[in-house]
Write a protein that binds this ligand. Sequence first.
Ligand SMILES: Nc1ncnc2c1ncn2[C@@H]1O[C@H](COP(=O)(O)OP(=O)(O)OP(=O)(O)O)[C@@H](O)[C@H]1O
Length: 258
Amino acid sequence: MALLEANGLTKRFGGLVANQDVTVQIEQGTITAVIGPNGAGKTTFFNMVTGFYEPDEGDVLLDGKSIKGLRPDQIAERGITRTFQNIRLFKQMTALENVMVGTHSRLSAGVLGIMFNTKRVREEEERAKVEAYQLMEYVGIADIANEAAGGLPYGLQRRLEIARALATNPKIILLDEPAAGMNPRETVEMTEFIRKLKSELGLTIILIEHDMKLVMGLSEYIHVLDYGRKIAEGTPEQIRNNPNVIEAYLGKSATEVS
Ligand SMILES: Nc1ncnc2c1ncn2[C@@H]1O[C@H](COP(=O)(O)OP(=O)(O)OP(=O)(O)O)[C@@H](O)[C@H]1O
C-alpha cells in the first residue's frame, strides 16, 4: 500500500479548475517531484494534501486512512509537514524560536499549563529548546540560532523553514520550491541535504521545483501537471522523453521540431 494517496483531487476557484481529477500515489521512503509550467496547479495540490485547501472532489489517504477535511495542524500531527514557496517564518523571532514553534506543536502541556506556567510547562520549554537546537545542528545552522529569522540570507531561511518542519517529527515532508532563489552552490547543498533527509531520517519527500537539473538528479519518480490535470508520471528518464511533457513546457512547435 502506498504511504500517501491522492485520489481524484479536484479544486475549483470560481470558473478556474486549479486541479482536475489528480491521482497520485507516493511510496514510503521515496523522493517524488511534482512539476509543471507556471500555474499548472502544483501548489494547489500541496495545499489540498496538507489541509490548507479542502478538495471539492476526491480524497487524500495517509496509510490508507482519509485525512480529507482535517486542519493543517491535525495533518501535521499525523505526520505530514511542509514548507512554503514564499518562506513563512516569524521574522522578528530568533531562528531557534522559529524551530521551537515546530517542536511545541507536538508537546502536551495544554493551555491551562501554559497560563499558569507550571513546572511541567517549564520542563517542556527546556526540552523544546534542546531539541530545537539539536535539529538546527543537524540542519547545519546552529551558529545562527540566536539571530532574527528575518535578517538571515535567503538560503539559510529556507533551511530554517525545513528545520521547523522537521521539528514536528514528520513521516512526509512537502517542499515547495526548496531551491528557489538559490545560487548554484546553495542549490547543490540543498540537493545533498534533501538526499540526507531520505537516507538518514527515512523521510518520504515530495517536492515542487522548477530547476530541472535538480529535479532530474534528485527524484526517483515524477508527476507532471499542466492546466490542473496530470499529464504524465514516471521516472526522470521517462519524463524527459515524454512528448506531452515536452509540449507542455515548450509549446507544440518543440515536439514538431524534435
Ligand atoms: N486561492 C486561490 N484563489 C484563486 N485562484 C487560485 C488560488 N490559488 C491558486 N489559484 C489559481 O490556480 C491556478 C494554479 O495555481 P497554483 O499556485 O497551484 O499553480 P503552480 O503550479 O503552483 O504555479 P507556480 O509554478 O507559478 O507556483 C492558477 O491559475 C492560480 O492563479
